[in-house]
Design a protein around this ligand. Structure first.
Ligand SMILES: Cc1cc2nc3c(=O)[nH]c(=O)nc-3n(C[C@H](O)[C@H](O)[C@H](O)COP(=O)(O)OP(=O)(O)OC[C@H]3O[C@@H](n4cnc5c(N)ncnc54)[C@H](O)[C@@H]3O)c2cc1C
Length: 437
């Protein structure tokens, strides 16, 4: 096989010589569509990771037949959903459909994938269809471990929403906050590591406090944490001191001997080993694991998350399946939308290379950037660049090394914080376009 680097490959993939010049095989898929000369890729999950992978595989290898299987007709991004909870945006503002991907020639199937057969290389759906693949991308996001907190369940989440998968849960939490009395109490229980969006619970606390300050005077927000430290902690605590010193109280795990261990949704009570609380609103975010389809397919290898070879995000458990986004084990990258997008691009190019008889890029770079609003005019950020490094203890012997980046300076001016808030807005105007179009 030829050894081409990514730039060479993209140049070639974009030219008619490589892709359009190959003979069509004339294979038929189960759905009756004509298979292309450059193989069939099926993608499970049309969120950040899956939709990015679909777009970039099609772009790098237009002759590849790309099928995206997504359970919901519209995807609501979790990023920026905290602004919906704080009544700063509507749910429709974070909704993204699939027409942009369809227009690229991607076969978007709104259905739930129910089984993966790694031997036969097929995916079955709830709707009764079977799709064959040469390469499968699995990006199902997370599943919540409801049973990690005694008394919590999917039913209890209707009264005590997690709002950690955006959609109905987001508006449910927003509506409860709108309906609570002045002088009321909100309890927010962040999950233990590792989980989707490390700074997310603390941005949420900030924006709920912003709402309470304006609309529910005298109210309190108690963060009953399951951890003793969190992402961008110094920057958040500085912001809370500036704006919300009489509203937010953060209780580390060590002060409650374990955070929230039990809830009673019928009686609206929240329990730690030391104390009981009767909040007006309880935002309970339990521990997490990879989306169900990944677990049922055996891709987690008996654990909570999917081990992958970080060179291509190919599963180390089942060949020809790539797991990206929150479901994968990608430390030191955090589980974020930006990470999922970056992993999807590296994976897309690797798959396009394989399907065109080439080797993937040997030394890819990955990136993460994450903004968090403390108020609508005060944002703090973290960003990082990662490269591969050998590590005998990592899956396939390769780990990810943080080689550059940093967080917002602690002593920045208000102008700086305002500018970062403008960057946050600008990021959300642009980032989804790179995913859904
Ligand atoms: C409150 C909050 C704030 C956040 N803020 C940020 C931020 O500021 N910046 C940032 O970068 N990240 C942020 N994130 C994290 C980000 O949302 C996730 O890391 C990202 O969405 C992960 O992408 P993914 O593709 O792994 O999963 P998702 O984007 O969740 O996509 C998974 C998709 O798979 C579908 N699916 C699952 N199972 C199946 C199945 N069996 N069949 C068909 N479809 C299926 C789901 O319906 C879903 O559409 C935030 C998260 C939260 C909760």
């Amino acid at each position: 096989m030829s050894q081409l680097n990514r730039r060479d490959f993209l140049k070639l993939a974009g030219s008619s010589g490589l892709v359009a010049g190959l003979p069509a095989t004339g294979l038929l898929t189960s759905g009756g569509a004509r298979a292309s000369s450059n193989g069939r890729v099926v993608i499970i999950g049309g969120g950040t990771g899956g939709a990015t992978a679909a777009r970039y595989i099609k772009r790098a290898s237009p002759g590849t037949e790309v099928t995206l299987i997504e359970a919901k007709p519209v995807h609501h991004t979790c990023y920026v959903s905290n602004t919906v909870i704080a009544s700063l945006r509507d749910l429709d503002d974070i909704a993204h459909g699939y027409d942009g991907l369809r227009a690229l020639g991607i076969n978007v199937v709104i259905d739930k994938a129910t089984a993966i057969d790694g031997e036969a290389q097929t995916v079955r759906t709830e709707g009764g269809e079977t799709f064959e693949y040469d390469r499968l991308v699995v990006s199902p996001g997370i599943e919540l471990k409801y049973d990690a907190i005694e008394g919590y369940s999917e039913a209890a989440a209707e009264t005590m929403p997690h709002a950690w998968i955006a959609g109905d849960q987001t508006t449910r939490l927003r509506d409860q906050i709108r309906a609570m009395p002045e002088g009321g109490l909100v309890v927010l229980a962040p999950p233990p590591n590792p989980y989707r969006c490390p700074p997310g619970p603390y941005e949420r606390a900030s924006l709920i406090a912003h709402y309470l300050k304006a609309h529910k005077p005298g109210s309190k927000l108690l963060i009953l944490d399951s951890k003793n430290a969190f992402s961008k902690q110094g920057l958040f605590e500085q912001g809370w001191e500036m704006y919300y010193s009489d509203i937010i109280e953060w209780v580390p795990e060590s002060d409650s001997a374990g955070g929230v261990t039990r809830v009673d949704a019928d009686n609206m009570t929240v329990h730690t080993p030391f104390d009981d609380f009767e909040p007006d609103v309880a935002n309970i975010i339990p521990a997490q694991r990879a989306g169900r389809i990944a677990i049922e397919a055996g891709l987690t290898d008996g654990g909570d998350w999917c081990p992958v070879d970080r060179r291509t995000f190919e599963s180390t458990v089942i060949p020809n399946i790539h797991v990206i986004g929150d479901a994968s084990i990608a430390a030191a990258m955090p589980k974020s939308g930006y990470s999922a997008n970056s992993q999807a691009k590296v994976t897309a190019l690797a798959i396009a290379a394989y399907l065109n008889g080439m080797e993937p890029e040997a030394d890819p770079r990955f990136a993460n950037a994450c903004y968090s609003l403390v108020t609508p005019d005060h944002s703090v950020s973290v960003n990082a660049v990662y490269k591969l490094k050998e590590d005998p203890d990592a899956p396939a012997g390769v780990a990810l090394d943080n080689i550059a980046g940093g967080v917002s300076p602690i002593d920045a001016s208000q102008t700086y914080r305002r500018r970062e808030a403008a960057f946050t807005e600008s990021w959300y105007r642009n980032f989804p376009k790179d995913i859904w179009g």
